[in-house]
Design a protein around this ligand. Structure first.
Ligand code: ADP
Ligand code: GLC
Length: 494
């Protein structure tokens, strides 16, 4: 039998402890799935002030207290708390790296009121990267793989290839760096560099410098042993143009032989209409009629009238440029003339908040704008809507379209990244397909595809077919987890 691997997954967001987007879902579900494949996997994340000690059952680790972590010419003390993610038959240990003055605040990256990045994000995430490596040594646990995710973890591979290069403790440890989003790069002025303690040569265009700044995403891309992205299409896109590569396309291209796309999955223990605790009427493919009861509940909950045959279009999204709100705004008035109702759940940029709250007032019977972060409502939207809209400008993977298919809610998506990989355009003549796709990032194309979906909705038999096609898809994590294990194994010196 193949040897069990020891893996540490590093992430700045892990559901249910801290979440701003899909990274948190993945950082919870993937480790649980890898554990089910009988590997030892643990997680380490920052201990933010917003993590409720009692609710999350955090306990102190006496052995892991007051660990000095160098930051510039200071030694910052780290301690560790621990909790677990529960799986059906096992549990995954989660370590929370703690330093109160750096992480003891409620925001993850930005100040919740001013919406501006914390000014010391360089200190916070330099400390996190270096702290992880110091903590592991104190713990005496030598993972074969450190699986890093996005820019907050980007310095870990750099440390391992430089300051810790000759450290016997890490001689068999390899790194995987997963890009969930090329647009967020963790960029800091060069003047911060001395706080990393890294050798001077690292601060160069061959190293972690980009456009005269320190770039932590680039750090991960350059120094990791393998790179993954969260869909196959996105792996191609980020090498193809500056639009997708966000200025780092050449860096990725130089490492093309080390880049793999592995699609995210969905966590059935959280996202399954048959067992979902957040929805009033549980249902499955054989009890689809109950979906209507959820639709009524959603409309009641969001203050919209029930209009019988009028479909509800759901959206659950960070309100960020990435998500294609601009092209929705471009054709807004025409969209509002169509026979549909829209429920939007999201938080993010002020201009989008302003737009949706104004629209909600202008069309009180057509649109409900829920400008908050509310996980229960997100579940109810998937269960109670007929269609789900994702007009993304780009989408590394996207989880919501997979959740919506699982809930019998038909996705309308732009054919980009993971949306293109997971949604199959409906073809009325073959009855195949799980949703509706449009190609160009353009309001007119969006409008046309919405009209196409409304046409199909009017034909009950085709609609049932699309709904069932989507519900029958297998988006479980197991397939993807096996691909990660294969990759880990190819790198690990076991
Ligand atoms: P991204 O990570 O780019 O935001 P994904 O589709 O991968 O996009 O994942 C988004 C995740 O965040 C989903 O689990 C979605 O339900 C959740 N989410 C986004 N906005 C909200 C919100 N306002 N309230 C509750 N959940 C949200
Ligand atoms: C990012 C991407 C999203 C992806 C998620 C999880 O936030 O924007 O497309 O699904 O990470 O990988």
């Amino acid at each position: 039998m193949a040897r069990q691997l020891d893996v540490l997954l590093l992430s700045s967001e892990v559901e249910p402890f801290a979440k701003t987007g899909g990274l948190a879902d993945v950082s919870c579900a993937l480790p649980k799935s890898i554990k089910s494949l009988d590997h030892e996997i643990r997680i380490m994340m920052p201990r933010y002030g917003s993590i409720d000690e009692r609710k999350c059952k955090l306990h102190e680790m006496i052995r892991l207290k007051d660990i000095p972590v160098p930051l510039g010419n200071k030694q910052i003390l780290a301690s560790v708390r621990s909790s677990f993610l529960l799986n059906s038959h096992s549990k995954v240990q989660v370590y929370f790296l703690d330093n109160h003055s750096l992480f003891g605040r409620s925001g993850l990256y930005i100040h919740p009121e001013t919406k501006k990045d914390y000014r010391d994000n360089d200190d916070r995430f330099f400390f996190f990267a270096r702290g992880v490596l110091e903590v592991l040594k104190r713990l005496g646990w030598q993972p074969n793989i450190i699986h890093c995710n996005d820019w907050p973890t980007g310095l870990v591979p750099v440390y391992l290839k430089t300051l810790y290069k000759n450290d016997p403790f890490y001689k068999d440890t390899r790194t995987v760096f997963t890009v969930h989003n090329m647009a967020y790069q963790g960029v800091f002025p060069k003047s911060s560099f001395n706080k990393t303690g890294l050798p001077a040569g690292v601060l160069s265009e061959k190293g972690i410098e980009s456009d005269g700044m320190i770039n932590l995403l680039k750090a991960g891309l350059v120094y990791s042993d393998a790179i993954t992205t969260v869909s196959e299409k996105y792996a191609e896109e980020i090498q193809s143009s500056a639009e997708y590569g966000c200025g780092l396309e050449d860096v990725v291209r130089r490492r093309k032989d080390s880049v793999t796309g592995i699609l995210n999955g969905i966590d059935d223990s959280v996202w399954d209409p048959a067992t979902d605790k957040s929805i009033p009427h549980k249902y499955g493919i054989k009890t689809l009629d109950l979906k209507l009861e959820n639709k009524k509940a959603l409309l009641r909950r969001t203050g919209l009238p029930f209009r019988g045959t009028i479909p509800v279009l759901g959206m659950v999204s960070r309100l960020a440029e990435q998500k294609g709100i601009d092209i929705i705004m471009d054709v807004w008035d025409e969209l509002m003339t169509l026979p549909l109702q829209l429920v939007v759940l999201g938080i993010g940029e002020k201009r989008y908040h302003d737009f949706f709250s104004k629209a909600g007032k202008k069309y009180p019977e057509k649109i409900a704008a829920c400008l908050e972060f509310n996980e229960d409502l997100a579940h109810l939207i998937h269960a109670g809507s007929d269609m789900f809209l994702m007009a993304s400008r780009y989408e590394p993977c996207g989880l919501n379209q997979m959740y919506s298919m699982k809930y019998g809610t038909v996705p309308i998506v732009r054919a980009t990244g993971g949306l293109d990989d997971t949604v199959e355009d409906f073809n009325p003549s073959t009855g195949k397909g799980t949703g509706f796709k449009f190609k160009e990032y353009h309001g007119g194309d969006l409008l046309r595809v919405v009209k196409r979906a409304l046409g199909a909705y009017a034909t009950t038999t085709s609609w049932r077919k699309i709904v069932k096609n989507g519900m029958s898809k297998d988006f479980s994590w197991e397939t993807s987890a096996r691909k990660y294990v294969q990759l880990y194994r190819s790198l690990a010196r076991t």
